[in-house]
Design a protein around this ligand. Structure first.
Ligand code: C5P
Length: 400
């Protein structure tokens, strides 16, 4: 079991179990990880930053607004650097803050600003662990995609006996290493992903477009990389950072998107079309800005190429996944798209009032010719992770 090269941020909060944290840093480094440490103010009551600096080999950060530390690796950089954030020990206070999105110290801010996998190793008195608000906060964290480590049962520092002990460092390291091996089922596979809207110009300043934010497509690209795949991401006009490890090509129109896809699809094992491609474009783009004339205007639109169907109907084609945003008859429309587009999977979502475009959360109904999975509602990242698991499983089943 190995964590070779993994960039792990360890967050230590103020519990007696913080005495186990140096040992955890050692074990993580023995498994090959690079570890940086952030401590809350409470943690410093139990253990010194100097100890953690000695075992991690890096300066330990304790404050959000520390000009000297920010001049080195700023907190946003640190949030981006991390592939995993593990909070051990996690007190009831930290669990509550993370569950509710607080950002009033360095650790909680980092978690909010990061796309890293979050691991939480709670440590607290057994009655606190059983308390209803703590249970609700833990549930909330897990729903948001956090992975829970423990707690263990046993003798507690307060002399009581029950659940609430921090998991032992070697058990935490095995869980993290095991997940990292299991969760890379797409090593050696190449994917092309489309994301975002397309903009179809009317004149030099106006376009036809839609409200797609690109978040779902970017999350899918990121989770494919996490699963070990090599990813070409063809992105329409969006305002999002490129996920780590992804090759990104920016395009504007549907025709440019198709061209970009065609350039990399030959080598691909999988294609995931998440983009909300404009179905139609103005037949002519005016060279000058259109002026109002006081009269109604008629615009002639022509159909754009269907990128998904073009790839889906190639003679030799990769594993093909399409998306479908539907306002009604979700299953019927999704199933008919499987054959119409030559797709192996269609991930359908209901768009409209609460879910869909330009929102953080979403829900997906995924259909293959013979199966159906219901995912969510949950964060687009978590949904993307589950969709990637389904893709990996179906690709593997076909190889057999
Ligand atoms: O037919 P409909 O637009 O609902 O299909 C949606 C699916 O087809 C999405 O996966 C989308 O990315 C893809 N699509 C495409 N090119 C188009 C229209 C849709 O790739 N011109």
């Amino acid at each position: 079991m190995t964590l070779t090269g993994r960039r792990i941020l360890l967050g230590i909060s103020g519990g007696i179990a913080a005495y186990k944290s140096p040992e955890l840093v050692r074990r993580l480094r023995d498994a090959g990880a690079e570890v940086r440490v952030v401590m809350t103010a409470g943690a410093e009551a139990f253990i010194t930053p100097l100890t953690l600096q000695a075992v991690s080999g890096h300066r330990v950060r304790t404050h959000l607004l520390d000009p000297e530390a920010e001049a080195g690796m700023g907190h946003i950089e640190l949030a981006r650097w991390a592939e995993d954030i593990v909070i051990a020990p996690a007190t009831a206070q930290v669990v509550a803050k993370l569950a509710h999105g607080f950002a009033d110290d360095l650790l909680s801010t980092l978690v909010l600003a990061s796309q890293a996998r979050l691991w939480v190793a709670p440590a607290m008195n057994r009655l606190m662990w059983d308390a209803e608000p703590v249970r609700a906060n833990v549930d909330q964290l897990v729903r948001g995609g956090a992975r829970l480590l423990g707690p263990d049962r046993g003798e507690q520092a307060c002399g009581e006996h029950g659940a609430g002990r921090m998991q032992e460092p070697d058990v935490i390291v095995s869980a993290m290493a095991g997940a990292s091996e299991r969760s890379r089922p797409l090593v050696g596979k190449r994917f092309v992903v489309t994301a975002g809207p397309t903009h179809e110009p009317l004149d030099p300043v106006r376009f036809l477009g839609n409200r797609s934010s690109g978040r779902m497509g970017f999350a899918v690209a990121r989770m494919l990389v996490e699963a070990g795949a090599t990813v070409d991401l063809v992105a329409g006009p969006v305002n999002l950072p490129t996920p780590p490890g992804v090759q990104r090509v920016d395009v504007v129109t549907a025709r440019e998107m198709l061209e970009a896809v065609n350039r990399c699809i030959d080598a691909a094992d999988g294609f995931v079309a998440v983009a909300a491609v404009a179905d139609y474009r103005p037949e002519h783009e005016a060279t000058d800005k259109l002026k109002k004339s006081g009269e109604p205007v008629t615009m002639h639109l022509v159909e754009n190429p269907d990128i998904l169907a073009t790839v889906g109907h190639r003679q030799t084609r990769p594993f093909v996944v399409g998306f479908a945003a539907e306002t009604r008859d979700l299953e019927t429309s999704a199933r008919s798209k499987l054959s119409a587009k030559g797709a192996d999977l269609i991930a359908a979502n209901r768009v409209g009032h609460e879910l869909g475009f330009d929102r953080e959360d979403n829900a997906l109904e995924v259909f293959s010719a013979h199966r159906h999975w219901s995912l969510g509602p949950r964060s687009k990242c978590q949904l993307a992770r589950e969709l990637v698991d389904i893709i990996a499983g179906e690709m593997k089943a076909r190889e057999r």
